[in-house]
Design a protein around this ligand. Structure first.
Ligand code: DX5
Ligand code: ZN
Length: 212
């Protein structure tokens, strides 16, 4: 499967977000947008209007780390979301929420935190375009990669050879290869891209690290 790079703008400079996005646009495949509600995880991040303002040719990959997705979905569809990820651990009906997103013509994804077993999402695999496997506990950029989640990716890849599997958290030139070898094909990276001065080079280095 083609490997896609999804820079996470959580690590970009908020004051110059449009410029930050333009810098990576040519080299990336999706734009990963972390939305937090201050309840599912302590921080609060972007507002829909900030995301709506962002002009990009990249697919807006909206990762909802929120307790109640229904309070966010419509506003992020209006902000241009191309795919919306909800968490298995949220407080709403997963099946109904995925159906709702699909009914709006938007791609769907489901995410699981590191402690959550793969079995929990097996009933929804026919309702999603992608599964996001968290490789850190959600909430913050720059955390250490948790290799113990890799067996979940391996099993999922075995079950669903063509499914998009996204990995999020702690991806660097040291960890990306393990993620891809396990079966992930959509790779989120925040600090490994926006934490570096030369973003083009940082994306090239990540891609090169897969081949080594
Ligand atoms: C973490 C977020 C990630 C974060 C990744 O809760 O979901 O998308 O931006 O940042 P890095 O790549 O620095 O771990
Ligand atoms: Zn994320």
């Amino acid at each position: 499967m083609k490997i896609k790079i999804a820079p996470s703008i959580l690590s970009a400079k908020k004051e110059i977000l449009q410029k930050e996005v333009e810098e990576i646009e040519q080299y990336a495949d999706l734009m990963h947008i972390d939305i937090m509600d201050g309840r599912f995880v302590p921080p609060i991040t972007f507002q829909p209007k900030e995301i709506k303002k962002l002009k990009t040719r990249l697919l807006k990959d909206v990762h909802l780390m929120v307790e109640r997705p229904s309070e966010f979905i419509d506003r992020f569809i209006d902000a241009g979301a191309g795919i919306i990820t909800i968490h298995e651990e949220c407080k709403e009906d997963i099946s109904k929420t995925l159906d709702y997103i699909r009914s709006k013509g938007i791609k769907t994804a489901i995410s699981i935190n590191p402690p959550t077993k793969l079995d929990k999402i097996k009933p929804y695999l026919n309702k999603v375009d992608m599964v996001l496997v968290m490789s850190v506990n959600p909430g913050y950029a720059g955390q250490k990669f948790m290799p113990e989640v890799l067996p979940k990716i391996k099993e999922l890849r075995r079950l669903k050879p063509k499914l998009n599997i996204e990995i999020d958290g702690g991806i660097t030139t040291d960890t990306i290869k393990q993620a891809v070898d396990a079966g992930a094909n959509v790779i989120v990276a925040g600090s490994a891209i926006f934490g570096k001065k030369d973003r083009k080079k940082s994306i090239e280095e990540l891609k090169r690290a897969i081949k080594n």
